[in-house]
Design a protein around this ligand. Structure first.
Ligand SMILES: [Fe+2]
Ligand SMILES: [Fe+2]
Length: 472
């Protein structure tokens, strides 16, 4: 009875003859081996060398600004995961034997659902540099270093000697086509540009490493010699809720508000206070409710603008205060930030998101011959095009603003030249959209290299920006 009870307690397979149990065990063992093999195969996909990109040799080298880039510089690069160490070797260009070594911090980009590569991202900041001085450097470790490269630190203050930075809207689509071409045109025309600002949606899918590969490939001829200030767009969130891939590949000063400290940041250089904001303050494109990040950043923005030693102020946010494209309206962003931008007479607000071009100002700032107050710009640098909101009644006019210049089916790059008392903005045509890209009318008579829009900002004794004779 007892034995029978024990026997019944055994699983059905254990009550079968020994030969059958052995056969079942063999089948189960083979299944287990197969399962392990499958899982190992998936694991091998995670190795960065699978696509032949990340190796021990540094790539995706990008200079990012510190809080004061005239006297310090951050270097960021990528290697395979196995390369856990890294350093910057740097010397004054006129004294190349006087090499300093700065160790890098390394982090691993976590695997994401649609981008299974794992790589290590290294970042190092070098302090005690001299403004407007050439330095030669290389990054890496052991036998794997980049080539020696020379860059020049920017000026600390505005002066009679102008300096130039570039501003790009969304890259996002056509990363190996339009974006690559526009970056090349911009730096070819402005080889002395010291900084570049990219206003979000660097890629279409934030977790797609192939798109990041293309974005970096386009800027590679320039990103090791100029600082890139980047801004998070809504597409950096696609497939990557915490923007792990975006945050891993660029390293900005961590001086933003708590929790946003590398997504919103402040940079003082050449007489300009650059402030970037994380415009992803709603939960979805159609949501108009500030999820708390707007109020948090607005308070921080207020502080940065109240205590500001720089002559000029440039704020960049991906989602614009006034939309360029049809059927778009960023209520939460406008409510959170525009009162602060206006109160402090920010000179330029540089934005993206709408895949069209628009520039304007708040109507109440009109003065004879121009306006006195912030200029808001939306620009596009990739191959994706949205239809422009019509002239007359549009997102600007219904929100008490005037749209001074506008175009669609167009990709542009912008140069901003800064000097004491004067700032000159110019938007150049990089590409005119092909027929079939969108449904709106094609721009007529425009060619790459043409000036699309230009204006000059001067400062009066009160520090209020005065924009004279706007075009468009
Ligand atoms: Fe976009
Ligand atoms: Fe966007």
């Amino acid at each position: 009875m007892f034995a029978q009870t024990r026997d019944l307690a055994l699983p059905a397979w254990a009550r079968r003859p020994l030969t059958r149990r052995l056969a079942i065990a063999l089948v189960l063992a083979l299944a287990l081996v197969a399962l392990v093999a499958v899982r190992t195969g998936a694991g091998q996909d995670l190795l960065p060398s699978d696509d032949g990109t990340a190796t021990a040799q540094p790539d995706r080298i990008i200079l990012n600004p510190t809080a004061e880039p005239a006297t310090s510089q951050t270097f960021t690069w990528r290697t395979n995961e196995a390369t856990s160490e890294g350093e910057v070797q740097i010397a004054p260009a006129d004294s190349p034997d006087d090499v300093r070594v700065v160790q890098a911090q390394a982090s691993v980009a976590e695997q994401l659902p649609r981008s299974r590569l794992v790589a290590r991202h290294h970042s190092a900041t070098v302090d005690d540099l001299e403004p407007q001085t050439a330095y030669t450097y290389r990054v890496g470790q052991g036998d794997d270093f980049s080539g020696w490269t020379t860059f020049t630190t920017p000026p600390a203050a505005a002066s009679a000697d102008p300096w130039t930075f570039l501003y790009f809207g969304d890259a996002q689509w056509g990363l190996d086509a339009g974006w690559t071409s526009i970056v090349e045109q911009a730096f070819t025309q402005h080889p002395d540009a010291t900084l570049a600002l990219t206003a979000g949606d660097q890629v279409n899918d934030g977790n797609d490493d192939h798109q990041w590969e293309q974005w970096f490939a386009a800027i590679a001829p320039y990103s090791s010699t100029r600082s890139f200030l980047t801004v998070p767009g809504n597409h950096e969130l696609y497939g990557d809720d915490d923007m792990i891939r975006y945050r891993s590949q660029v390293e900005h000063p961590r001086n933003g508000p708590e929790g946003q400290d590398d997504l919103a940041y402040r940079v003082d250089v050449g007489g300009v206070r650059f402030i970037t904001l994380n415009g992803n303050i709603t939960d979805g494109l159609t949501d108009t409710t500030d999820n708390g990040l707007g109020a948090l950043q607005a308070e921080w923005l207020e502080e940065q603008l109240t205590d500001n030693p720089m002559e000029w102020t440039v704020v960049s946010i991906h989602q614009p205060m006034f939309s360029a494209a049809k059927l778009r309206d960023n209520v939460a962003q406008r409510s959170a930030f525009m009162p602060v931008l206006e109160e402090h007479d920010v000179d330029l607000v540089l934005q993206g998101h709408d895949h069209a071009y628009a520039r304007g100002h708040l109507a109440e700032n009109d003065v004879p011959g121009g306006y006195a107050g912030p200029t808001y710009v939306v620009a596009n640098a990739g191959d994706k095009y949205y239809d422009l909101d019509p002239a007359g009644r549009n997102n600007w006019t219904i929100n008490d603003a005037e749209r001074d210049a506008a175009a669609d089916k167009i990709s542009t790059y912008q140069s901003i030249t800064v000097e004491a008392g004067r700032l000159v903005y110019t938007s150049y045509v990089g590409k005119v959209g092909d027929p079939g890209e969108g449904t709106g009318p094609m721009p007529t008579g425009l060619q790459p290299g043409d000036v699309l829009d230009t204006f000059t900002v001067t400062k009066d004794a009160t520090g209020t920006p005065l924009v004279l004779a706007p075009t468009g």
